[in-house]
Write a protein that binds this ligand. Structure first.
Ligand code: CMP
Length: 475
């Protein structure tokens, strides 16, 4: 488009020159033959070159006005090139008017109106012959008026059959350059009848890419890994972060979709391919696996609720928990065997304030937030990470959960039940004491968050010690 418009502008002086030359011609012709034109038998013979000269002058003048109006004025005022169809209609109307004027001037004896109206049959024939052409012409006008798309936009037409970049709208058709670099002409009347999908050039258009992973891969990790891999790919817009989300829990895989926005939609084929490539590498690097159709046969077997991690690793984790420090290696192993592992997604609630609870949890991986809810709003009290524990208050006192605990990221916790703790308390009386201290501290923290009077930790812990012992039936 750029080249054609600059070529047009380069032709402007030529047209100007031609218009001036013909104007001069008309002037000289009139000067020499004016007298003879109005008298004598040879008048009609002289009229022919006169009409030709005037017609030539009209032609160059119209082209001159057309160029001035559309190449300069329109472009400056509107900021984009005037549509070909509008230019053509303008030219046609002005030509017709000038033709009628010149004709009437030289052949005033011929009634042009009568000529047109009496030839009704001729009109019908022409009308029928031009039915399609006129249909395209008027549809083209309505497309220009509506401006549902512009040159450079990507459109999908003909019931999804043709996708490409709009190159122009002419009398007859919309010209699309497809992604195979072919030109497709969709007639205006067809285009006006059917649904057209438009991806405007100055719009952030999105694409969806699909992939699947195996069920054992962590969703939170997959989301993070794929999103980070895709977001800085070429032509992926930085304005909106790509979205990676589960679209279906399929028969043999987790089915995902990546939604990303493009800078230049016309290059979506390349960008889709790049996004798929980035996803492949990201999954590979992070030990995540693409799924392919599989059928897994499970033989029924007594399921032991065992965390996926090895016992030694769990014992190691428990040994790092401050209140379990006095435990022997054997006791830690036994405790490890008694724990049950659970994985939570970011944002999931592990414990809800006010619920009953008879177990506590140690954070194995990840982070959780302890929250108090006041008049519908949650207020963070503490963040607990690997090696911290929570849920001990309800477990040791039998009271409802004092706060809610929510996963901040993908978090694996080890659940320890009432029976396992009772066994430990019997062999390690000092454990009760250290736990009652923690509970007293946390109660103080809760009271401070709720802006209540802070209880006396010392007295609190002494009272707690007695009630924990009573609750667990210890002496
Ligand atoms: P529980 O009351 O069983 O359930 C909510 C848990 O949040 C609670 O046990 C504690 O483990 C934990 N919790 C409450 N208050 C605090 C605090 N101030 N700091 C850390 N953890 C807390």
């Amino acid at each position: 488009m750029g080249t054609s418009s600059s070529a047009r502008r380069n032709r402007f002086p030529l047209i100007l020159l031609a218009a001036v030359a013909t104007g001069l011609g008309v002037y000289l012709f009139t000067l020499f033959f004016a007298a003879r034109l109005s008298e004598g038998p040879h008048t009609s013979f002289l009229k022919i070159p006169a009409v030709a000269l005037w017609a030539l002058l009209a032609y160059f003048t119209v082209r001159l006005v057309n160029a001035a109006l559309f190449d300069f004025a329109f472009r400056i005022r509107r900021g984009y090139e005037a549509p070909t169809l509008v230019r053509n209609i303008f030219t046609l109307v002005i030509f017709t008017v000038l033709f009628v004027l010149i004709f009437k001037w030289f052949y005033s004896e011929i009634n042009l109106g009568a000529l047109f109206t009496t030839s009704a049959i001729f009109g019908v024939i022409i009308g029928l012959a031009l039915q399609d052409t006129l249909g395209n012409f008027f549809s083209g006008i309505s497309l220009q008026a509506d401006r549902p798309f512009q040159i450079g936009d990507v459109i999908v037409v003909s019931q999804q059959k043709h996708t490409g970049v709009v190159e122009g709208i002419t009398w007859r058709a919309i010209k699309i350059r497809t992604f195979q670099n072919h030109i497709v002409l969709v007639s205006n009347s067809n285009a006006a009848k059917e649904a057209i999908e438009v991806a405007p050039r100055d719009n952030l258009n999105a694409r969806l890419i699909f992939f699947s992973t195996v069920y054992t891969d962590s969703p939170a990790k997959t989301i993070h890994v794929v999103r980070e891999a895709v977001r800085d790919a070429d032509n992926v817009s930085e304005k909106i972060t790509p979205i990676v989300r589960i679209r279906n829990l399929g028969e043999s895989s987790i089915e995902w979709e990546i939604k990303y926005w493009l800078e230049d939609y016309a290059k979506y084929n390349d960008t889709d391919a790049l996004v798929r490539q980035r996803t492949w590498y990201a999954l590979r690097r992070n030990g995540l696996t693409f799924a392919f159709p599989t059928r897994t046969l499970h033989l029924e077997r007594k399921v032991t609720a065992r965390p996926t991690t090895a016992e030694d690793e769990i014992a190691d984790r428990l040994s790092a928990v401050d209140v379990f420090a006095p435990l022997s290696t054997d006791e830690l192993r036994q405790l490890a065997m008694a724990t049950v592992g659970h994985v939570f997604a970011p944002g999931e609630t592990l414990i809800r304030a006010g619920d009953e609870g008879s177990s506590m949890f140690v954070v194995h991986n990840g982070r959780v937030q302890v929250q108090l809810t006041e008049s519908g709003k949650s207020r963070p009290v503490a963040v607990l990470s690997e090696g911290n524990f929570f849920g001990e208050m309800a477990l040791f006192t039998g009271e409802p959960r004092t706060a809610s605990v929510v996963a901040l990221e993908e978090t694996e916790v080890l659940e320890i039940g009432h029976a396992a703790m009772k066994h430990l308390f019997e062999t390690n009386p000092s454990l009760v004491e250290s736990i009652s201290w923690t509970i007293a501290e946390r109660r103080a923290g809760l009271a401070a968050s709720a802006e209540q009077a802070t209880p006396n930790s010392l007295a609190e812990s002494a009272g707690l010690l007695t009630s924990i012992k009573r609750f667990f039936g210890l002496r």
